[in-house]
Design a protein around this ligand. Sequence first.
Ligand code: FAD
Ligand code: SF4
Length: 477
Amino acid sequence: MPVKRTDKTAMPERHADTRAHDFEEVNEGYCLSHAQFEAERCLRCQDPVCIEGCPVRIPIDEFIHKIAARDLAGAAQILREANPLSAICGRVCPQEVQCELKCHMGNRFRPVAIGHLERFVSDWAREQPITVQGEFTTPWRKEKVAIVGSGPSGLVCAGELARLGHPVTVYEALHAPGGVLRYGIPEFRLPNDVLDSEIDSLRSLGVVFENNIIIGRTLTLDQLFDEMGYSAVYVGTGAGLPKFLKIPGESLNGVYSANEFLTRINLMHAASFPRADTPIHVGKRVAVIGSGNTAMDCVRSALRMGIEEGLVVYRRSENEMTARIEEYHHAIEEGVKYHWLTNPIEILGNEDGWVTGLKCVKMELGEPDDSGRARPIPIEGSEFVIPLDTVVLSIGTSPNPLLTRTNKDIKTTEWGGLVVDHTTAETSRRHVYAGGDAVTGAATVILAAGAGKRAAHGIHEDLCGSPCGANSECGCA
Ligand code: FAD
Ligand code: SF4
């Protein structure tokens, strides 16, 4: 099959000079001619190995061929059936290490831009009448299911169970649903209207959202089962508990965990203070410690809050960085500076208790450690100070312990992850299921979504007594 184009069709994006000062989306999305051009690069492989690289096994070749044939409704239908969060995943999935890594085109040239095409089709579908979104129904089964947490894992589990006929209520601790998709990932990567539209589709399926309710505190699991009549509970509470460096100065004013920093800006709209209630102190120079997507989101958000200099401090080198390459490049274009091989050892402050700087030591890389990455080793006598107003710690998170602390019958691992049966997703407590970051630790949107989908089928099978489609009386066939 002749190769028509060797390069990926570039994603149109806003210029760094403009976009670094507002929260509007950076990527502008393909137009129809971009999408068709890109779709025609697909080789139509006999063995579309790209599908193996997708955690929810989207029939990638099929939806791309529909785009090439100008059948966008057909492409949208394929995507919606395989991945209810495709507009989100088309924007934030690390395709370069998943489906696109496997793409045969990538053996000689740049792989097909599967993520950009997924985003294009989903955005197109959002603007169409509801017919391409699928048939909307009201629940017809009696077994109610409660979902704890409204991140991607809870949302997908809720949607799948609603499609299988169950009355579903999602309980969310915060005042708006979406989990990290709302409070963590900034609008310049994932606009709220994209998320709202996915949530509205779930509402149309009959899913009910109850915000400001902490399960384990406002309501207990026992109450859900015994007083409110739920037959099963899915726990998708994520991994929102920040880790700290345990170095002197961490309690100074001007030190934030990444979660607090992003929540103030994204969920509480600190950029609009005093029109919004929640302020944030950024000052002129901000350093973010860490190198993942979260660190990039923090430093790029800080730029948009009007700082003069945004820095990333990481104890390993650029090669060990864990952020998506696209986000890293965008951050560089926007003016972010990087201190590689630099380890913070103390946060310095003034007599009023505010941050003034970060004391660091230079590092060199040794043999690989348990994580398989080169072990950073301090270079003696290389200490130096970076003058700063704000320090954001983005060095990882672990599962929120609230629900498990109040339910001792739910087993957890040493690091706090919920233990589940890998086939059914059931925890050690009967009829309580779990998935997403609460089980795996901090991972990705699509892995959380995939876990929610698998668990929904496990829950349905358990409640219905037979696999989906196997019981003609069930109505899920
Ligand atoms: P979450 O999204 O964490 O949602 C859990 C929800 O449960 C939260 O809303 C929380 O308030 C709620 N909750 C917790 N406890 C309770 C309780 N007791 N009662 C009621 N509600 C409760 N992944 C990617 O694939 N690509 C990216 O680009 C990317 N960028 C990221 C950027 C940031 C800043 C962060 C923090 C993560 C990023 N990730 C990214 C990771 C991804 O967002 C997570 O893996 C994913 O959101 C996990 O989904 P989840 O449903 O398991 O949990
Ligand atoms: Fe198309 Fe690449 Fe998938 Fe082959 S592997 S079907 S070229 S997207």
